[in-house]
Every structure is written in C-alpha cells, then in structure tokens.
Ligand binder design. Structure first.
Ligand SMILES: Nc1ncnc2c1ncn2[C@@H]1O[C@H](COP(=O)(O)OP(=O)(O)OP(=O)(O)O)[C@@H](O)[C@H]1O
Length: 235
C-alpha cells in the first residue's frame, strides 16, 4: 500500500527524518508513535505530498508520488489541526469539501452517529473543540478511499464520541481499508493498532505487533513497553 525508502527531511538545520524505511501493508491498522517532535506528522505529510522530502522515495498504491497528485484522491486525511474559515457553517463546510473532492460522499449517517444535526446551521467559530473534531471526522470518513490517515483523531472527544470513532475505524478496517494513526493515547493505540511503528531520532526504531513489542521489551503492559522501548535493542 505504501513503500517508503531512505526518507530524509530537514527543516533548516533540524534533521527530522534521517533515512526512514517503511512498508505499510494493505488492510491493517498502523499506529505511528514516537516522542514529541520525532517526526510523526512530518512523515504523514510526506506521504500526503504536503512536505517535500530532501531525499528518498515514497510510493502509494504502487505509484511513486513524485509522478503526480492524483494518488491523493485515494487518501482520506484527518489533520491534527484543521484550519477552516471560522465564519462558515458546518453544512456549508461539508458541501464545500464535497465539491472540492468531487467524489461520492456519504455524510448523513456519520452526522447522525456523532449527533451533529443540531450543529449543522452553526458557524465553526461557535463550536466547542470536541464538536469541531467530530465535524472533521465526518469530513474524513464521508469519502470511501482505500487509505485513511488520522493525525491525533481522539483530540477533544467525549467518551461516547470516542466509542463511535473506534467503531468507525474498525468498520473501515473490516472493509479492507488501510489505516494509519498517530496518537499519544496509549489505551486507544492498544485497542486499535495491528502494527506499531515507533519513530526515534529520525528513524524507524521499532516496527511490529504489540505482542512483539511486549516480548522484546520484557514488559507485561503496553504503556510500559512503549516507555521501555528505547532502553532495548533495535527491532
Ligand atoms: N514546517 C516546519 N518548519 C520548521 N520546522 C518544522 C516544520 N514542521 C515540523 N517542524 C519540526 O520538525 C520536528 C518534527 O515535528 P513533527 O510535527 O513531525 O513531530 P511529531 O512527532 O508529529 O510531534 P508531536 O508528537 O508533538 O505531534 C519538530 O522539531 C518541528 O519543530
């Protein structure tokens, strides 16, 4: 699904990615983890073509992404911070994104699932952080792309919305989608991820299942295994 070879990215003197090699298989849920500033968002944005690498190759669905932007239509992306015009109403935003994508969209069920009907005629600037995030989730999941990338999707969600989000992710996975998630919420990662990708010092420091991570770090719970990851050898 995604093939990344020897990816380098620096911002000024800050060398963020120093040779990332990563294969993302179709139909699994991957969690991209790592300390603050380790380059998770930079890696995701490189896959999306929003960050241009200094070196290395990325292919999505067999096509090098340098060849053009059309592959972007195969990706649904939830950004960490979505900056939409504050004066626009929720339903206007949904229509605007549908027009821009020009792909079939199924937003109605998602609006119901996240209880957004009362907010459809409200301006974005009047919404709470969690409600804005629910709107962003609808905007991401209303399309039907084979690859879904979620940057900190749980931000601001109440427990009910979090359950709905988890159900949604599992449903999409069951339909054969590939899903890439970054999150600092280890319980969420533990519940959702089939594969862990841990970035450290610009490289993939660990890649494998949660069971492999527990074995390798000799820990019994996931949170401690993540905390202990750097004191053990490379995968
Ligand atoms: N556009 C940019 N210009 C300059 N520096 C940048 C830019 N984007 C990211 N960086 C820097 O690159 C490093 C990695 O940032 P990135 O957002 O990828 O990390 P992250 O692992 O997603 O962090 P977090 O866990 O805090 O979200 C940071 O030091 C950040 O300051």
């Amino acid at each position: 699904m995604i093939e990344i070879n020897n990816l380098h990215k620096k911002f000024g003197k800050n060398q963020v990615l120093k040779g990332v090699d990563l294969t993302i298989e179709e139909g699994l849920i991957y969690a991209v983890l790592g300390p603050n500033g380790s380059g998770k968002t930079t890696l995701i944005k490189s896959i999306l073509g929003m960050v241009i690498p200094n070196k290395g190759q990325i292919s999505v669905l067999g096509e090098p992404i340098k060849k053009g932007w059309k592959y972007r239509k195969k990706i649904d992306y939830l950004p960490q911070i979505a900056n939409f015009p504050p004066n626009i109403k929720v339903k206007e935003l949904i229509h605007m994104i549908k027009d821009l994508r020009n792909s079939p969209a199924a937003e109605e069920e998602l609006i119901t699932v996240f209880g957004l009907e009362p907010f459809l005629n409200k301006k974005l600037s009047t919404l709470s952080g969690g409600t804005k995030q629910k709107v962003n989730i609808v905007l991401t999941f209303m399309f039907d792309s084979p690859l879904i990338i979620l940057d900190e999707p749980t931000t601001g969600l109440d427990p009910k919305a979090l359950i709905r989000l988890k159900e949604l992710i599992q449903k999409e996975r069951a339909r054969g989608k590939t899903i890439l998630i970054t999150s600092h919420i280890m319980q969420f990662v533990e519940e959702m991820a089939n594969e862990i990708v841990y970035l450290l010092e610009g490289e993939v420091y660990f890649k494998g299942s949660i069971a492999q991570l527990l074995g390798q770090t000799e820990q019994t719970d996931f949170e401690h295994a993540i905390a202990a990851i750097t004191t053990h050898n490379h995968a």
